[in-house]
Design a protein around this ligand. Structure first.
Ligand code: SAH
Length: 373
């Protein structure tokens, strides 16, 4: 691992004081300690405190000497995220409003019993993709999250939820497009996977993307490979151009080709998410086209009946239409599930995460208008 970036900061004097250990993988913390003349093995201890025990104050790391605690406090920080508020839905889903160091806000969601416990994590403040039915998209992209901020959400949620040692999954389905913030997202997954920390295996992670193709090609080469979910939502170019504007750049055809090439592990499938919009993309012809499109891919389909919101021009289809659509897929041999929406009463469901900023955007005004039932 290169330590050039560390050395350059170090030789420029006190700048080391600005290094936030929450932004570093364990090996990078080891390198930083090396430069300070601190034995490398202490990095593992510190990493365990931060991730396995949720302690970020060096003074509370009781297996380190007082002298080392002082050195570390003088040299490093451990960025932590502040939970501003949380709201629990009637179905147990809990939405956390999290404040970042620069005052920006994001939302993360805990979904109990799915059947595992699931954390829905954000990768950006806002989102640039602007899908026609998604409230987060109305915010536009405010900024990327750092690796520490992405992994930090998991740290915070673990601390706040009654997991009691139970395994949990994470889905990168909160605010933002993970492949539009590739490096930070993958770094966060490496931090979370570390056996000395939360030890979250990649198979417990699902990365959901609209199909940013350069990112998808890179992901196909990753040693740490999460499950892949593709937000498809349409079966023709014309329809997808309208619903998922990034399709004008990375076409439906190229996306399907990339999925065909994607290395899917044994007994795994690519999930295709398909938001159902009443009389827009939910007809029997759409269902049949979807079957043809996914032919030759180890696929499963997750249908998401639209979560409606003011300012979103579409409506949710009736249960009958949803079931009829699902039946066409199932009858032709596709594995299909319908996503039961969780946390809709607290605006924590898919496509409903949005945060008010200092200046309000159109989307933020819309969000304010949504009253919890
Ligand atoms: N940007 C990534 C991650 C967001 S995941 C992606 O698009 O895949 C959130 C999922 O919820 C996506 O499949 C998204 O299309 C879907 N979604 C967005 N708005 C929705 C809404 N109003 N109702 C139901 N699902 C929605």
């Amino acid at each position: 691992m290169t330590t050039d970036w560390l050395t350059s900061r170090y030789t420029r004097g006190n700048l080391m004081a600005t290094i936030d250990l929450a932004e570093l993988e364990r090996e990078e913390i080891e390198d930083a300690f090396d430069l300070l003349g601190v034995p490398r093995f202490h990095a593992r201890q510190v990493f365990r405190w931060i991730y396995a025990r949720g302690v970020t104050d060096f003074n509370l790391m009781t297996d380190l000497s007082q002298a080392l605690r002082r050195t570390l406090s003088a040299t490093f920080t451990v960025g932590s995220l502040a939970v501003e508020t949380h709201q629990t839905s009637s179905d147990g889903t809990t939405k956390y409003l999290i404040k970042l160091a620069d005052g920006r806000e994001i939302e993360s969601v805990f979904i109990p019993d799915t059947p595992a416990q699931t954390f829905c994590i954000s990768t950006q403040v806002g989102c640039a993709m602007n899908c026609a039915f998604c409230l987060t998209g109305k915010m536009g992209l405010v900024r990327n999250l750092t690796a520490g901020e992405i992994a930090g959400q998991v740290r915070v949620l673990v601390k706040h939820t009654p997991l009691a040692g139970r395994a949990f999954n994470i889905v990168l389905m909160g605010m933002g497009e993970p492949l539009h913030n590739y490096a930070a997202t993958m770094k966060a997954l490496r931090i979370l996977a570390d056996a000395d920390g939360l030890a979250l295996p990649a198979k417990r992670v699902t990365l959901s993307t609209v199909g940013v193709l350069p990112g998808l090609e890179k992901l196909a080469q990753e040693p740490l490979m999460p499950n892949l979910a593709i937000s498809l939502h349409a079966t023709t170019t014309e329809q997808r151009d309208r619903l998922v504007p990034v399709n004008r750049k990375y076409t439906l055809e190229e996306l399907i080709d990339a999925c065909k090439r994607f290395p899917v592990a044994k007994r795994r499938r690519i999930t295709f998410e398909y938001v159902l919009l009443d009389r827009v993309n939910d007809t029997p012809e759409d269902a049949r086209r979807l079957v043809r499109l996914l032919n030759g891919i180890k696929a499963k389909v997750n249908l998401l009946p639209l979560n409606e919101a003011p300012g979103i021009e579409f409506t949710r289809p009736s249960d009958e239409r949803v079931n009829a659509f699902a039946k066409i897929l199932a009858d032709r041999g596709l594995v299909v599930s319908v996503r039961r929406s969780r946390g809709r009463d607290i605006r924590a469901a898919c496509g409903q995460l949005i945060v008010e900023g200092a200046r309000s955007s159109r989307g933020q005004d819309l969000a304010r208008a949504i009253q919890p039932r």
